[in-house]
Design a protein around this ligand. Structure first.
Ligand code: UD1
Ligand code: MG
Length: 453
């Protein structure tokens, strides 16, 4: 290990009682990804970091999720949730490099940026023994207040322990703290739980560090980059902030949003250039949209690949496994799932296309349904290139419509159709001349007789 290596300790053992949830707090999603995933990604972006995750004894869901995100991750168990300082103590056994820097980050600050953390680590490596991240809070309620002396940090006082004067301080502690590892054992040994919450506070490192003549300083970021999530209201506020960030990035990359505030993105939404997105569109996780595509109003997309120049919506539902080809068109009230719609194919109105391929240039008429499910198994529908599926057809899978074939409207197709053939599978139309007039005359006669006219 190189000297001054970095160990990042991610705290995720808290009970998150204020969330009122069975789901561990750090697994609540922001932009389609658990908060912890955002924090791990930010931490991984700092050079030379090895990560230790601190979880509670009954939090397999959290450690399993994190292990899936980062293979090299070590996990420490905090037996009893006795505070953030106690959580760092639980991680101490995994911090072997005494020359290095330890960066503590909280799992409930999903907006934290890599660059901010990197700046703190840099300062800790070169200038300060302890570096904390601070921000000016609009409303500091609940946060630890940073007491300063000029540009030095004196201590952090938790909201519940603050005097009236301290409560008025708006400079708050954001969670991340970088500490030179050589001081860690001593700082941990000084912690007591003699405070309003009966917990061992990480924040006390600052006062103890000062008492031991350590240099304590702060890096400041905006509230929107570090706001903590302790309640559902905080979760909504962090989500809104993340959406703003994702929209700004997308627009900078060449996407037009007709009304940005109504488009919801996921952490992994990928866009090419010259894409137009209409009002009220949702991109759930796993979407990639190629250049020149248009996504019209009120569409919902998830786990989908949209090809160059394709047109989606309005009111389309594009479900996982959909691959919409170049210049293909999916119109209103169309649902696709595990469907490959090849180049230039059109499904313009009121259709369900699931477990299917629609070949290049094929036209699927209004109201066409792939009947892909028998209650137990899913079956595949294959529509050949250039085929024309008449409106209101039901394609009972497994079934194959050959290239260039025609299907009569209203067909219920249960057998394969050969290339270039016409298939019609519907009741034959019959006509009885004069039947309606006779029917009316008979019934009008009965009506008159019974009413006595
Ligand atoms: C904490 C800080 C506060 C700061 C705020 C920023 C302390 C004592 N307080 O308060 O100064 O302004 O964050 O958002 O540090 N955790 C554990 N084990 C525990 C307790 C907590 O791992 O025993 C984890 C939680 O999962 C969470 C993080 O530590 O990810 C912070 O805990 P939380 O209870 O949310 O602290 P806050 O009250 O927000
Ligand atoms: Mg918190």
């Amino acid at each position: 290990m190189t000297s001054k290596a970095l160990t990042t300790v991610v705290l995720a053992a808290g009970k998150g009682t204020r969330m009122k949830s069975r789901l561990p707090k750090v697994l609540h999603p922001i932009a389609g990804r658990p908060m912890l995933g955002h924090v791990l990604a930010a931490a991984a972006g700092v050079d030379g970091a090895q990560t230790v995750l601190v979880v509670g004894p009954d939090m397999d869901a959290v450690s399993n999720y994190a292990a899936g995100e980062q293979r090299e991750l070590k996990t420490a168990i905090q037996e009893k949730q006795a505070g953030t300082g106690d959580a760092v103590r639980a991680a101490a056994a995994h911090i072997s490099d005494r020359d290095g820097v330890v960066l503590v980050v909280f799992g409930d600050t999903p907006l934290v940026r890599s660059a901010t953390l990197a700046g703190m680590v840099d300062r800790c490596r070169t200038a300060s023994d302890i570096v904390i991240l601070g921000f000016e809070a609009k409303d500091p309620t609940g946060y630890g207040r940073i007491v300063t002396d000029g540009d030095k940090v004196v201590r952090i006082v938790e909201h519940k322990d603050a005097s009236e004067k301290e409560s008025a301080i708006r400079l708050c502690f954001g969670g991340p703290m970088a500490v030179r590892a050589q001081h860690l054992p001593q700082l941990l040994s000084k912690l007591t739980n003699d405070n309003a919450q009966g917990e061992f506070y990480l924040t006390d490192f600052v006062a103890h560090g000062r008492a031991a003549d350590l240099d304590c300083s702060s890096v400041i970021c905006s509230e929107s980059d570090i706001q903590g999530v302790n309640s559902r209201a905080d979760l909504a506020s962090a989500e809104a902030e993340m959406q703003k960030r994702l929209r700004a990035d997308a627009m900078a990359g060449g996407v037009t949003f007709l009304d940005p505030d109504t488009v919801y993105l996921s952490f992994d939404t990928e866009f090419g250039e010259d894409i137009t997105v209409g009002q009220n569109v949702v991109f759930a996780p796993g979407c990639r949209v190629a250049s020149g595509a248009t996504i019209k109003a009120f569409s919902h997309l998830e786990g989908a690949e949209i090809g160059e120049g394709a047109e989606i919506g309005p009111f389309a539902r594009i479900r996982p496994g959909s691959n919409i080809g170049r210049k293909a068109k999916i119109g209103n009230f169309v649902e696709t799932k595990k469907a490959k719609i090849e180049e230039g194919a059109k499904v313009s109105h009121l259709s369900y296309i699931g477990d299917a391929r629609v070949g290049a240039g094929a036209n699927v008429g209004a109201g066409t349904i792939t009947c892909n499910y028998d209650g137990y198994n899913k079956f595949f529908t294959d529509i050949g290139a250039g085929a024309f599926v008449g409106s209101n057809s039901s394609l009972v899978a497994p079934v194959k419509i050959g290239d260039g074939a025609y299907l009569g409207s209203g067909s219920v197709v249960t057998k394969d159709v050969s290339a270039d053939a016409l298939a019609v599978a519907r009741g034959k139309q019959i006509e009885k001349p004069g039947w309606a007039a006779a029917f009316r005359a008979k019934n009008e006669g009965i009506k008159k007789a019974s009413s006595g006219d």
